[in-house]
Ligand binder design. Structure first.
Ligand SMILES: CC(C)(COP(=O)(O)OP(=O)(O)OC[C@H]1O[C@@H](n2cnc3c(N)ncnc32)[C@H](O)[C@@H]1OP(=O)(O)O)[C@@H](O)C(=O)NCCC(=O)NCCS
Length: 178
């Protein structure tokens, strides 16, 4: 099934571009992220991002930000940033991946995440962590397909719109050499 879907996607994949983000992407990333903050419990925060904040994230050398374009239009983004502070965690990063609803379900998320993981390896990162809302079963299923392991659940870690939400932690060891 997955291969068939990939082939279908590949057949019309010419218009797909995955690339490193630049400052001109800040507006589209901010709008998508804020839709998810406002309309869903995929993320527990309720505080909207500002374009300035996103420009700083894109410029931050401790992070990697990739965007996906489909037919020349912004389709989504994925990024990694520090997992926890301090030198002991320097090789562990936490990621976020969001696509527009219209861009989901066609292999683009996998494409974007594989590009991000390759960039993370080049940057010397060792472990990638996804912290996923327990209500987001599609994202949990998605991460399994790209070889993330479910390593635990922090029950009722998040609160949004009056409800408690579990946080599912998923990890992938990117490289075993060091
Ligand atoms: C999660 C997300 C990044 C996945 O990207 P995508 O392009 O939709 O996923 P893909 O098409 O690459 O799917 C790869 C595999 O993941 C699994 N998967 C993806 N979406 C799924 C869903 N809704 N239900 C079950 N499995 C799913 C499937 O096994 C799929 O393989 P298949 O197509 O061969 O069946 C994207 O749907 C998205 O941005 N969702 C909203 C935001 C979000 O939840 N982000 C993650 C927060 S941690």
């Amino acid at each position: 099934m997955r291969n068939a879907r990939r082939i279908r996607y590949a057949a019309r994949a010419a218009p797909v571009v995955i690339r490193t983000a630049n400052a001109s992407d800040a507006s589209a990333i901010t709008a998508l992220w804020n839709n998810i903050i406002e309309d869903t419990s995929i993320t527990f925060t309720t505080i909207p991002k500002t374009e300035d904040e996103i420009r700083q994230i894109i410029a931050d050398t401790a992070r990697l930000v990739h965007v996906a374009q489909h037919n020349g239009a912004f389709a989504g983004f994925a990024l990694v940033g520090p997992f926890r502070g301090g030198p002991g965690y320097a090789h562990t990063v936490e990621h976020t991946v969001y696509l527009h609803t219209s861009a989901q379900g066609n292999g683009l998320g996998s494409h974007l995440m594989h590009a991000l993981m390759s960039a993370a390896i080049v940057a010397g990162h060792h472990v990638m962590v996804g912290a996923i809302s327990g209500t987001n079963s599609s994202a949990i299923a998605f991460h399994k397909t790209i070889d993330f392991q479910n390593v635990g659940v922090i029950e009722q870690a998040g609160r949004k719109n009056g409800d408690w939400h579990d946080l599912v932690l998923m990890q992938k060891i990117l490289q075993n050499a060091h």
